[in-house]
Design a protein around this ligand. Sequence first.
Ligand code: FAD
Length: 323
Amino acid sequence: MIDLAIIGGGPAGLTAGLYATRGGVKNVVLFEKGMPGGQITGSSEIENYPGVKEIKSGLDFMEPWQEQCFRFGLTHNLREVVRVSKCGNMFKVFCSDGTDYVAKSVILATGGRPKRTGIKGESEYWGKGVSTCATCDAFFHKGKEVAVLGGGDTALEEAIYLTKFASKVHLIHRRDGFRAAPITLEHAEKNEKINFMVPYVVEEICGDGKEVTSLKVKNIATNETSTLDTGVIFVFVGYEVNNGILVQEDKSMLCECDKWGSVVVDLDMNTSVPGLFAAGDLRVEAKKQVICAAGDGATAALSAIDYLETTHAAPYLEAEHKL
Ligand code: FAD
């Protein structure tokens, strides 16, 4: 019997585990299908987490999190969760190896993943010049020319944001028309720093083995190919939240999600199902930043403690563990 099951060991899940165990919840289990750390471990540099003044790789940055977050008794269960269901006022956590667990409460922290394009060079230079986060990486390209790939709202909004840092933003899109809101498109068109490259595709992301140095692009109207010298391509071709574990046997979702599949929560990270909380990139309106995910994780854990104390009426808070 688990008091609190946390699904996902990224910044949100690890922080939730730290707060729950330090807050006195006894049997807290973090299910993580891989190594704890989350998406940020794929990044070569992070420098926007307050209190960490050195620029670190994502892997080095997350290393002390694990030591700290497991210090107060959080248990790591190295399993992939395939489904979470509610039975009465308990939850059942089903894993891919056929095992299942009963939990009094659950925090969903499975994050998400930016969609990849499959362009040659993308995997090799992922996090080394192929970026999916302008907030994270714009600063590294101050005064330089950058490329943005995509034709939706995110691509255009991020292209506009990047003009505050870059000398020029090459916006590459395979179609003449954009899927973005007309007002966003209008703002982008008025911005002199944005160079519209339509209808263009990126054929290859080229580099020197360490980082991106240029892009091979093709105008698909004329079939003309050329080289774009830039050290970065921001790819905004969609985002998938990892919400598969919410799909029930009858194909319904365990809790309310928006049209993109993000979990709807209130400010306490409560979902539409009592005892079920969501934190981090998985939830609606997520800012998709480490610090925001960690903040969500702390909030969700505090809410779970309240829930366990009131709903399951047991002495979850140990006197010696004060928040
Ligand atoms: P995630 O980090 O996605 O963690 C979710 C975890 O859940 C993963 O470990 C995954 O393995 C696990 N999981 C998923 N499904 C299951 C399952 N079914 N069963 C068990 N485990 C499961 N943010 C910044 O603030 N600054 C930056 O500089 C920055 N740079 C970035 C660079 C890159 C290349 C990327 C991809 C992201 C970057 N971000 C940055 C964003 C940041 O990484 C995310 O906002 C943050 O990691 C979200 O945390 P999370 O805990 O919500 O989810």
